[in-house]
Design a binder for this molecule. Structure first.
Ligand SMILES: [Zn+2]
Length: 260
């Protein structure tokens, strides 16, 4: 790790052609082209300590493959790892949500007692029959508590200056084992079109990221890429436990995956 910190951080870049029809400078105008942005169930939200310390009312299970093949893209809004192979997914209430991609925001979009943390990683899962999304959000900061993400970040950050990079071995087993509590609520995409079909699960924990890895994200997108907390409008949060499927069940994942 120390060796890495001495290296110059290289821009993992977005060519001008990738600049799209919305940006973080005009968030207040998003609704003009994307009316859902004014909806009643928008994301992100602010989460309080009291909510985070509630007892769990449910469980969801992850079952990722050990490795996934992904294309890493800097789209000018975020760096995104888009899976080209079957990477596994999440089971919630007997429904399977397939892992599609993950991307970053800096600082975090969800706030905790009104405060942002350094980095969020959003893992996007989709229920293929309905298009419904389940997003797991991890929070990281340089003064976070534990180092579990370091090995994962070491392996997924390309060091060359290209706009697309093919990664054969995204080692999902490195994050598969993290069990913990997540704050659940019903919300939206946090970027246009801000569609309100997202089951959010936001970690109630702050993982540690070292300055080198955080600076890499900031070099890739050299401006903030977060949306501010949105009104709650009567929505409540509930705590769920994330568990690893293989630790708790011996029977076939494939069988369960097809029970809908
Ligand atoms: Zn996101």
């Amino acid at each position: 790790m120390k060796k890495k910190q001495k290296k110059q951080i290289k821009f993992f870049g977005a060519p001008a052609a990738h600049v799209q029809s919305w940006g973080y400078k005009d968030i207040s105008n998003w609704h003009e082209n994307h009316p859902s942005a004014l909806g009643e169930h928008q994301s992100p939200i602010n989460i309080t300590t009291e909510e985070m310390s509630e007892e769990p009312i449910g469980v969801f299970y992850t079952h990722y493959h050990d490795f996934g093949t992904a294309q890493v893209v800097n789209n000018g809004h975020a760096v995104s790892w888009n899976f080209l192979s079957d990477a596994g997914g999440v089971i919630l209430n007997d429904k399977f949500y397939k892992l599609i991609s993950f991307h970053h925001h800096s600082p975090t979009e969800h706030t905790f007692n009104g405060k942002h943390l350094g980095l969020a990683l959003h893992f996007i899962h989709m229920h293929l029959e309905t298009g419904e999304l389940l997003v797991m959000g991890y929070n990281l900061d340089v003064d976070g508590e534990e180092l579990e993400f370091q090995g994962f970040l070491d392996e997924i950050q390309p060091e060359m200056s290209q706009d697309h990079v093919h990664l054969e071995n995204v080692r999902l087993s490195l994050i598969e084992e993290f069990e913990g509590r997540f704050v659940h609520y019903q919300g939206s995409l946090t970027t246009p079109p801000c569609t309100q079909l997202v089951k959010w699960f936001v970690s109630n924990h702050c993982h540690r990221i070292d300055q080198y890895h955080l600076d890499w994200f900031k070099a890739c997108i050299p401006h903030h890429n977060h949306r501010e907390a949105q009104p709650r409008n009567e929505r409540c949060t509930k705590i769920y436990e994330k568990r690893t499927w293989s630790k708790h069940f011996k029977h076939s994942w494939e069988r369960v995956k097809h029970v809908e």
